[in-house]
Write a protein that binds this ligand. Structure first.
Ligand code: GUN
Ligand code: FE
Length: 463
């Protein structure tokens, strides 16, 4: 595909603009609700104006002051109960598990991989299957307001290149990784050799470089599944690619389950902890996205803090696959470690970030109780931060997305809550409800039916 004539920006080629309520995070505890806000997104998909308290009759003067002729492009007026917020960031999920969500509860992680997951992922050997299933997956994520996703592909190079194409075509911002795995998986579902695994990884990097040379939307991510599935030489090779490409993010599963930690120790007895292991292979740095991160030793927490790694918190998978449960998120946040939310779908049964956020509240309540109040539960605003700006930080994209700072790219959701005719189950909005209450009702009871439009780089992408 020739990318040069397909730069994803507003489809009309004109600026787009909104007037109404805008809600975004400026920091962990800093939710900003802007009323009567005028937002203008330029032709390049970047936010040019964000100005609150603009009365309707002041809109044209504001447009003129900024060098545009009024009435050349439409301004969308948001009514009461409608608002704009940043798109959701899913920092961890598996695209080839799209069709297996919901199955395989109640078995240990390693059994779940061997008995359920590898057979599903193996189907992506067939490029036609991959194209249709990935089209369904990316459309499904967009429908739920996930404007950025960090994807694990299957181990197949070809299918993973197709995943990158599909994200680009459908307009989703994505980190796309070919899953490296050359052992402890059936011979019908693993990389044939170390060199094959590394070769396919490099092919994906080249493919995305051609597809989207400036990474407007899609970027490759190094994706060793976890140490159990990689021989030391493979981890070495991936570490070498990470050094060669100092801008590439890296993702892996980290301290997720007791059986996984135990088996990792058997395979790598020379390392005391998983942090030691991944650091030794050059895979821990400020571009690393560590999924789950449940059972860390104190030295590991200090290490990842020092190295600037980010954490993909996946509370749905953590509480519904067997035996794990609670990642100490409050402790990570207290230490300034980057944290975002991950659906981990299909280990997580849901691919909704709203659902992941609610589960994050629930486990944080349990953690508050277990720590006798030392780790206070997450607030609603903190949950929303993790779903947006926190996730953007973990993915290394917070200079471009995560909130509506002027100059950032417009990845946004248009939420409609008030219309009782709107199909859905969200708590109806009542006369006396403040914007905060409406927002809270959406976060806790809304779903994709309330997400009526989804924008990535200013382009409307929800079909
Ligand atoms: N560890 C290695 N592979 C996987 C996976 O696909 N899902 C989860 N949750 N953990 C893993
Ligand atoms: Fe996972």
């Amino acid at each position: 595909m020739d990318a040069s004539n397909k730069i994803p920006t507003p489809a009309s080629g004109l600026p787009i603009a909104f007037h109404g309520t805008v809600i975004h995070s400026q920091g962990l505890n800093n939710l900003e609700i802007l009323e009567n806000c005028f937002v203008l997104i330029g032709k390049d998909g970047k936010i040019e104006i964000l100005q609150a308290n603009v009365e309707s009759d002041q809109i044209n003067p504001v447009i003129s002051e900024n060098g545009y002729a009024p009435d050349v492009f439409p301004v969308k007026h948001l009514k009461r109960g409608q608002f704009i917020c940043p798109g959701f960031v899913d920092t961890h999920n598996h695209a080839p598990q799209w069709a297996q969500r919901g199955v395989g509860r109640g078995i240990s992680l390693l059994d779940w991989l061997n008995k359920v997951t590898f057979a599903h992922e193996a189907k992506f050997k067939d490029p036609e299957y991959a194209r249709s299933m990935y089209a369904s997956c990316v459309a499904g994520f967009l429908q739920q307001g996930i404007t950025t996703a960090s994807y694990y592909g299957s181990h197949h190079g070809h299918a993973t290149r197709i995943l990158a194409d599909v994200c680009f075509e459908k307009g989703q911002r994505a980190l796309v990784g070919k899953c490296n795995m050359n052992r402890n998986a059936p011979d019908w579902y693993r990389d044939a050799s170390v060199s094959d695994s590394l070769h396919e990884t490099r092919e994906l990097i080249d493919h995305i470089e051609n597809l989207d040379p400036h990474n407007h939307l899609v970027k490759p991510i190094l994706t060793p599944r976890f140490a159990i599935s990689c021989e030391p030489e493979l981890l070495d090779g991936i570490g070498a690619i990470a050094r060669e490409h100092p801008d590439l993010p890296i993702q892996t599963h980290f301290n997720e389950a007791k059986d996984e930690i135990e088996f990792t120790k058997q395979l790598f007895p020379e390392f005391d902890t998983e942090a030691d292991l991944y650091e030794r292979y050059g895979l821990l740095n400020d571009r690393s996205i560590l999924a789950h991160s449940i059972f860390l030793h104190e030295e590991e927490i200090r290490r990842i803090q020092k190295l600037g790694c980010g954490i993909a918190h996946c509370p749905i998978a953590n509480t519904t696959m067997q035996e794990y449960m609670i990642a100490p998120i409050r402790e990570y946040l207290r230490r300034g470690i980057k944290v975002g939310l991950g659906t981990d779908s299909g280990g997580g049964y849901s691919s909704s970030i709203l659902e992941a956020m609610k589960q994050a509240f629930i486990v944080s309540n349990a953690q508050q109780m277990l720590t006798k109040g030392q780790d206070p539960a997450l607030s609603l605003y903190e949950g929303f931060f993790l779903a947006t700006l926190g996730g953007a930080q973990v993915c290394g994209l917070d200079d471009r997305i995560g909130n509506f700072a002027v100059g950032k790219e417009f990845d946004a959701l248009e939420i409609h809550s008030i219309n009782l005719d709107l199909p859905g189950v969200m708590s109806p909005v009542e006369e006396e409800d403040s914007t905060q209450v409406i927002f809270e009702k959406f976060l806790m009871t809304g779903d994709d039916r309330n997400i009526v439009r989804v924008y990535v780089r200013g382009r409307s992408v929800k079909v």
